[in-house]
Design a protein around this ligand. Sequence first.
Ligand SMILES: Nc1ncnc2c1ncn2[C@@H]1O[C@H](COP(=O)(O)OP(=O)(O)OP(=O)(O)O)[C@@H](O)[C@H]1O
Ligand SMILES: [Mg+2]
Ligand SMILES: [Zn+2]
Length: 317
Amino acid sequence: MKQCRMDNALPVDTTIPDPSLVVLIGAAGSGKSTWASTWPTTQVLELDRFRALVSDDAGCQEATGDAVFALQAVLEARLARRKTTVVDATNCERSVRADLIATARRHGVPTVALVVSTPVAVCADRQEGRPVNRRVPEPVVRAQHAAMVDAFPALPAEGFDHVVVAENLYRLEALLQRVSDALRRDRGWDGGEGLGDLLLVRRCFGPEILPMWRWRDGSQLAGGDRVAELRLGADRLVLALRTDIDGDVGFEVLMACPVFADCKSAAWTPAYNTTDLLRALTGDLATDPDTYCTDHGPDDPEGRADLEQQYADAVRA
Ligand SMILES: Nc1ncnc2c1ncn2[C@@H]1O[C@H](COP(=O)(O)OP(=O)(O)OP(=O)(O)O)[C@@H](O)[C@H]1O
Ligand SMILES: [Mg+2]
Ligand SMILES: [Zn+2]
C-alpha cells in the first residue's frame, strides 16, 4: 500500500536547520497552513496570501502566475539574508520544487521537504466547510495527494537535504511560545466575551489553537466536565473544562502525579493561558503547587498534616 511505503522508505528525519528553506508538500486541506502557523508569520510565504495580495481573492486561480512571481521575489530577498523561510503551497509538482531548491542553492541555504501526508479522504472532507472560492474539487485533491505520494521516495534525489514527515514533528512548543509571546506583547487583548466553550478556548489560548483542538466524544468526567485533546503531530496535551470553580469556568491540563512517579492516576493543574500550556508541555508546570493527583492530592512534603486533614475532612463529609 502506498501509505506504508511512505512510512517505511526512509529512517525518521526531523531535522529542520536554521536557516533553511522549508517546502511544505501536501494536498489541499492536508493541514499545511496549520503546520506553517508554528513558524512566525513573517517566515511563512503562503501562496493563497500572495493571490489575495495581487487580486483581493485568495482563491483566484487566474492570479496564480502573478502570485508565484511575487512570492519568488520575496523568497529571493529572504534567502539572500539567510532567513528561514517556509513556502506554504501544495508544491506537489516536481518543477515547482526544482525552482525552490535551485533558489535555496544559489544562496547556500539548506532545504527541507516537509511532507503533510494526511489521508486523502480527510483532505477531501475538509473542503466541505470552506468558503466557495477556497474549495478545491475532489478530483484535484486526489491528484495532488497521488502526486505527493509518488514524489515522496524521490525527494532526496530531487536535492532536498532533509525529508521530514509532519506527523513525526514536535512543533507545538514553538507554536505555543509564539502565541504566548504575542498575547503578552499585545496587552489590550482580552479575547472578547465568552460565548460557548470554543470561544473560551479561543479566549484563553488564542485562535491558532482551534484547528488542533478536539473535544473527546462522550468524554464527560464524573462532574460533567468536558475533556479535549490539543494535538499536533507527535505532541499531545489533554485538557478538562471545569465548569464549577466557585461559579467560574476554566481549563485544567493533565499532568503526571506530583506525589508518586509511578502513579497512573490523573493529575491536573489549572491552565489559564497559552503560557501555562507551554509550561505543561515543557514540564515546567510539573512542580506547580496547584497540581493535584485525583488519588494522592498535591505534593506537599512539608504539609503532610494538611493533606491528612483534608483527607479526614473528606471522609467525614
Ligand atoms: N493537526 C490537525 N488536527 C486537526 N485538524 C487539523 C489539523 N491541521 C489542520 N486541520 C484542519 O484541516 C483544515 C485544513 O487545514 P489547512 O488550512 O492547514 O490545510 P492546507 O493544507 O493549508 O490547505 P490548502 O492547501 O487548501 O491551503 C483546517 O481548517 C483545520 O480545521
Ligand atoms: Mg493553506
Ligand atoms: Zn497519584
